[in-house]
Design a protein around this ligand. Structure first.
Ligand SMILES: *Cc1c(COP(=O)(O)O)cnc(C)c1O
Length: 766
């Protein structure tokens, strides 16, 4: 990306070529930074790229994990987890800045002193040094270089010496060193044990405390008054993990800078804004208050105070309505509710797709929306087209530049200029040749890695993302089984040859997701080795899904599976990366899919299934009876019976937990409920695929409309609407996804701030 953004990729490639070195081979040696585990971390990286491209002074803060999310191996069909030692050969793009290290304190006791005014003394704490490593983010052919600041935890005190006579001191030193280094040792430590949970809370505090201290130092260095904090800095908390930014900023302003509560609160709320990325209950974290008290005693006092003042405000508005006050409190039933803390302490709360924001406002956070109606807004996600189109698919980038001109990288809405060519056979043939090139390349890779031979002219259908119940990889697998059953019953059946590609990691403690991987690989084994099926059906599970693998799949994918249970996928970003490369989505009416459908038109996407409102209503009623579907639809019955009949190697009980999750535990993600609609949607895909010209027209239209899903558009919306940041360059046409936003821009009615720094904090960057 550095080479592309500096505009020197061709020059460097030519120079290396003269030396007999292939640039692509050099790129392949580089490891993906082990800083994220899925869409959220990747999105943050996209936004850093977009902010630099847009000349916005926006920096990121994260943790420099020694080990990233595990590397996945598939052995005998099972996922194995290998430590991701991404720093083993060094990371040449980081700069260690020991002179900017700050101290972060854990544990200890807090006592109050009244010395003219009330103050707090924090003693006997464990002191940890936070050392920053800065990774530059270079803007696309401009003069902007921003930083991703990654904090590393290092031991602070060195006064204990190891010697034979001071053995106990020595052991203490070792314990201390290990405890400190654990803080930034791994991404997402296992939180099923108390120790694991303590470690996660430590990570969250370490990130927010170090980042906020650095921001305040920066303001001091610039000689700016802290009293104007929110005029000079915007602090954005990316998802709920860094919600401790709220009490930590209060602590720094009150204890270390002498502000009174009211002024500190005004500055805090004025500076902080919050993005909610998911409504899955497990992501709306809560922490036991006693853990808070033990690990972060001063923060615990501040959170109590925030809660009391907030509850008082609620009481004034809703006198006597205890149920509502308890439901909205920041601290209740012995738990700190991090999402509530983030909402109360921010001036802006946004969702990441129109539907998701509506669900936040009307359902999940409706009490808060009623109380703070002006705080809620939407910012539909976007991804960097520089990486996921220009870098990933240089041949397509060249075809685009030759068709609409070279400015599309700076103005992604120029992609709309492809529309008049979408049905032009000459253009379509060029597009088809590029797609075939990438499909052949992928087929060669699959053959080398797995021995499975793929026909590049078959329909390539990919389903790549984290393995999770709501993402419904099993629905896809059940449809494949159904196709296989049809082919077995009638070997002469005329179906378009299909290749199904899966990829994704399952969380190490998520047993059903791991079993789903095993099931898909077992199914692949049966189908790929069945001579009666031949080339009509191939199934491959690609190991260790990451950005590098995704970059191979994007340009080679005909159909992309985006089939979550409606309402569960806040937005999704995989969908956007795929349409940029001309894939056609088969998807549910959820998150970003809806906005993609509105952009590309219903003729250029295939949608199916229950709507979010239907799903949410069904959940409110306590679900449905999956046996009704099982008994009524013989296709469903056959496939489910095969799960427990020994149809797959491994014995009849191997996959019983999957069978049980559908029939005995209520099919929570509504796979059986949506199955018939999904099979019909797959038939519609096949019907369209058989008309080659129509298909290529769909590819072209998806690419043409993808400019709207560039992170550049999203970030201009954040910058102007939430951070009130004045861009150096005039606002461009952003084909805004949000009509209200577009209108507010045309009048330029937003107050603009002077020099401003936007800071994102997040537990996991990729
Ligand atoms: C984009 C991306 C994701 C998110 O994909 P979804 O389909 O939105 O879940 C996950 N992992 C990687 C490596 C990505 O690049």
């Amino acid at each position: 990306m550095y080479l592309i953004n500096l505009g020197i990729r061709d020059t460097v490639a030519a120079a290396l070529f003269d030396l007999g070195v292939d640039l692509g081979a050099v790129e392949d040696v580089e490891e993906d930074p082990g800083l994220g585990n899925g869409g959220l971390g990747r999105l943050a990286a996209c936004y850093l790229d977009s902010m630099a491209a847009e000349n916005l002074p926006g920096h990121g803060c994260g943790l420099r994990y020694r080990y990233g999310f595990f590397e996945q191996g598939i052995v005998d069909g099972r996922q194995i987890e290998v430590p991701d030692d991404w720093l083993k050969t060094g990371f040449i793009y980081e700069f260690r800045r020991p002179e900017e290290a700050v101290e972060v304190r854990f544990g200890g006791t807090v006592t109050t002193e009244i010395n003219g005014k009330l103050s707090y003394r924090h003693e006997n704490y464990e002191s940890v040094l936070a050392v920053p490593y800065d990774v530059p983010f270079v803007g696309y052919r401009n003069d902007t270089v921003n930083a991703l600041r990654l904090w590393s935890a290092e031991p602070h005190r060195t006064e204990f010496v190891c010697s034979a006579t001071r053995r106990n001191d020595c052991l203490k030193t070792i314990d201390y060193k290990n405890a400190v280094e654990a803080i930034t040792s791994i991404l997402y430590p296992d939180d099923s044990t108390r120790d694991g949970r303590v470690l996660r809370l430590k990570q969250q505090y370490f990130l927010t405390s170090a980042s906020l201290q650095a921001i305040l130092h920066d303001i001091d260095r610039r000689g700016l008054p802290l009293a104007g904090l929110s005029d000079h800095v915007a602090i954005h908390i990316n998802d709920t993990h860094p919600a401790l930014a709220v009490p930590e900023l209060m602590r720094l302003l009150i204890d270390e800078r002498g502000f009174g509560w009211d002024e500190a609160w005004q500055l805090t709320v004025g500076a902080i804004s919050y993005t909610n990325h998911t409504i899955l209950p497990e992501a709306l974290e809560t922490w036991p208050a006693d853990l808070f008290q033990e690990l972060l005693p001063r923060i615990h006092i501040i959170v109590n105070e925030i809660n009391e003042r907030f509850c008082r405000e609620l009481w004034q508005r809703y006198p006597g309505d205890w149920d509502r006050i308890r439901a909205m409190a920041v601290l209740a039933d012995g738990a700190v509710r991090m999402a509530h803390l983030a909402i109360v302490g921010s001036h802006s709360v946004n969702g990441v797709a129109q539907l998701h924001t509506r669900i936040l406002k009307e359902r999940v956070m409706s009490d808060f929306h009623r109380f703070y109606p002006d705080r809620f807004n939407n910012k539909t996600n976007g991804v960097t087209h520089r990486r996921f189109l220009a870098k990933t698919n240089p041949q397509l980038a060249e075809l685009i530049a030759g068709t609409v001109g070279p400015d599309w990288i700076t103005f992604p809405c120029d992609l709309l200029g492809l529309l008049p060519h979408a049905d032009d056979p000459a253009f379509q043939d060029k597009l088809a040749a590029i797609r075939r090139h990438h499909k052949s390349k992928l087929a060669a890779l699959v053959r080398d890695n797995t021995g499975v031979r793929l026909d590049p002219d078959a329909l390539f259908d990919t389903h790549v993302k984290r393995i999770h119940g709501y993402k419904r990889q099993l629905m896809n697998a059940f449809h494949i089984m159904h196709l296989y059953n049809r082919l077995k019953a009638d070997p002469g059946l005329d179906i378009a040859p299909r290749v199904f590609l899966f990829g994704g990691k399952a969380a190490p403690a998520y047993q059903l997701a791991k079993l789903a991987i095993k099931f898909i690989t077992a199914l692949a084994g049966v189908i790929n080795n069945d001579k009666t099926v031949g080339d009509k059906l191939k199934v491959v599970f690609l190991e260790n899904y990451n950005v590098s693998l995704l970059e191979l799949l994007l340009p080679a994918t005909d159909v992309n599976e985006q089939i979550p249970t409606a309402s569960r996928e806040a937005c999704g970003t995989g969908n956007m990366k795929f349409i940029m490369n001309g894939s056609v989505i088969i998807g549910t009416l959820d998150g970003g899919n809806i906005e993609i459908m509105n952009a590309v038109g219903e003729d250029n996407i295939v949608t199916f299934g229950l709507t979010a409102d239907e799903v949410l209503t069904l959940y409110e009623r306590g679900g449905y009876n999956p046996w009704d579907v099982y008994n009524a639809d013989p296709r469903v019955k056959t496939v489910l019976d095969q799960l427990v009949s020994g149809f797959l190697p491994g014995g009849p009980d191997e996959y019983r937990p999957i069978f049980d999750s559908f029939l005995h535990h209520g099919d929570h993600f509504l796979v059986l409920k949506d199955f018939a609609a999904y099979v019909d949607a797959q038939k519609e895909i096949e019907r369209r695929w058989r008309d080659r010209r129509r298909w290529l027209g769909m590819c072209a239209r998806n690419i043409a409309h993808s400019g709207k899903f560039s992170g550049d558009r999203t970030f201009t919306e954040y910058a102007l609407d939430i951070w009130r940041l004045r861009p150096d360059t005039p606002v461009r046409c952003y084909c805004s996804a949000d009509e209200d936003f577009a209108r507010s821009q045309s009048g330029c009615i937003l107050p603009r701030r002077p020099a401003l720094q936007a800071t994102l904090t997040n537990a996991a960057y990729n």
